[in-house]
Design a protein around this ligand. Structure first.
Ligand code: FEO
Length: 398
């Protein structure tokens, strides 16, 4: 059944949501699906902005055909070549053989790798600031390399102030009956998922996000049309401010996160006691996570949200407890910065995880490691309270 929605003058959302997918990129668990957004401007000339994931291809193609009716498709603007958005390019070309593909030089390199059969298709190669006239609508192309692939670009429509922003400003989560962020309680329904999406998908590229935010600041944006999640037409500055914080690795909340790994419960017990003492001493909200139970993408999202992270970790095979090691490797891969870490190690005969975690964290930019590192020999007892008190005080005062 055709299900497209008008955004503004001659501009339509033609996407859909997948609520069956359990893991985005086969990595990130989805609790409430994901949307794949695509857009059409039906002016004197018509333009389609990106295609969609194969999982929603029937809905997407039906929506495009529904909006275009008897009109032909003149341009397919390819803002991003990742398969969750490019999978239907060959199908769209088969439906509209006269379509001209619009992308940058890198787009067409990737296109030839995914779709060698489209080598002879009509193409326009664009660069920063180039424009394309549709009639009333004039499109301007803004390069956004590494947000989140090297070929990524934004397209801006001066007539409506719509910015087609590729992966930027997207979020996990299916969209329901409404397509606009102001049709939801965004903070309740989407904010945590928007942060998890940002931190894990684009988090590594803070500098590149900063570069496009500077370009965006010079544009009069009335709509942000991302490839995932709802469209922004109100409170745009609020969401851009979130991106400003996330891309400069600035904590959003003055809260503390405690993450522990535990084989038999002894490290867990120490972490829970420390968390309660930190809560009491600091008066701040403290969130506690079991590194074996919470997906690393959620832990990374919490690291993006909060400035101070306390890790309790057993020593395992003379190394770091494996789920904690994986989490720290994620912190390295995503270039976590500007954070305070406090460390507690446990070991029955040769505690070593404190030193090894310190070495990993020292590879990160602007990371402070609180002194002292707390050492637990097997389990924490009442007699260890003074040592724990010193550790907790150091955490609170750091
Ligand atoms: Fe939603 Fe980078 O693709």
């Amino acid at each position: 059944m055709i299900n497209y929605t008008k955004i503004t003058d001659e501009t339509y959302w033609v996407g859909g949501s997948d609520r069956r997918l359990s893991r985005f990129e086969n990595i990130f668990p989805l609790e409430d699906g994901v949307s794949y957004n695509s857009y059409v401007i039906a002016d004197e000339k018509t333009a389609l902005f990106d295609t969609a994931d194969i999982s929603i291809s029937d809905q997407f193609l039906e929506n495009v055909a529904g909006v275009l009716g008897d009109k032909k498709l003149d341009y397919l603007i390819i803002n991003h070549m990742e398969p969750d958005h490019c999978s239907q390019i060959a199908t769209v070309v088969a439906m509209y053989p006269e379509v001209t593909l619009v992308g940058n030089a890198k787009t067409f390199t990737f296109l030839s790798q995914f779709f060698p059969e489209l080598g002879s298709q009509s193409k326009i190669t664009v660069a920063e600031g180039d424009t394309l006239e549709l009639g009333k609508h004039t499109l301007t192309f803004v390069m956004a390399p590494m947000v989140h692939w090297p070929e990524a670009m934004f397209t801006y429509d001066k007539a409506t102030g719509a910015l087609f922003s590729a992966d930027a400003f997207g979020t996990f989560g299916a969209i329901d009956a409404g397509i606009f962020a102001d049709e939801y309680d965004f903070e309740k329904k989407f904010l945590d998922e928007a942060r998890r999406y940002y931190a894990n998908i684009v988090g590594k590229y803070g500098m590149q996000v900063q570069a496009v935010l500077k370009k965006a600041a010079a544009i009069d944006i009335k709509y942000i049309c991302p490839l995932h999640g709802p469209i922004w037409r109100e409170n745009i500055a609020w969401f851009i401010d979130k991106y400003q914080k996330w891309s400069t690795y600035t904590p959003e909340d003055d809260e503390i996160v405690v993450i522990y790994g535990s084989l038999y419960g002894h490290t867990e017990s120490a972490a829970q006691r420390a968390a309660a003492m930190i809560r009491e001493k600091s008066g701040k909200k403290v969130s506690v996570y079991d590194v074996s139970q919470t997906h690393p993408s959620k832990l990374i999202s919490e690291v993006w949200r909060c400035g101070k992270i306390v890790l309790f970790c057993p020593t395992y095979n003379n190394g770091i407890y494996i789920p904690m090691e994986n989490f720290l490797s994620d912190c390295q891969a995503l270039t976590v910065q500007n954070r305070i870490f406090a460390l507690a190690q446990n070991g029955t005969w040769a505690p070593a995880s404190g030193k090894l975690m310190t070495e990993k964290l020292q590879t990160l930019k602007n990371v402070t490691i609180v002194e002292p590192v707390l050492t637990i020999k097997s389990a924490l007892h009442v007699t260890d309270e003074p040592e724990l008190e010193v550790f907790v005080t150091a955490v609170v005062e750091a």
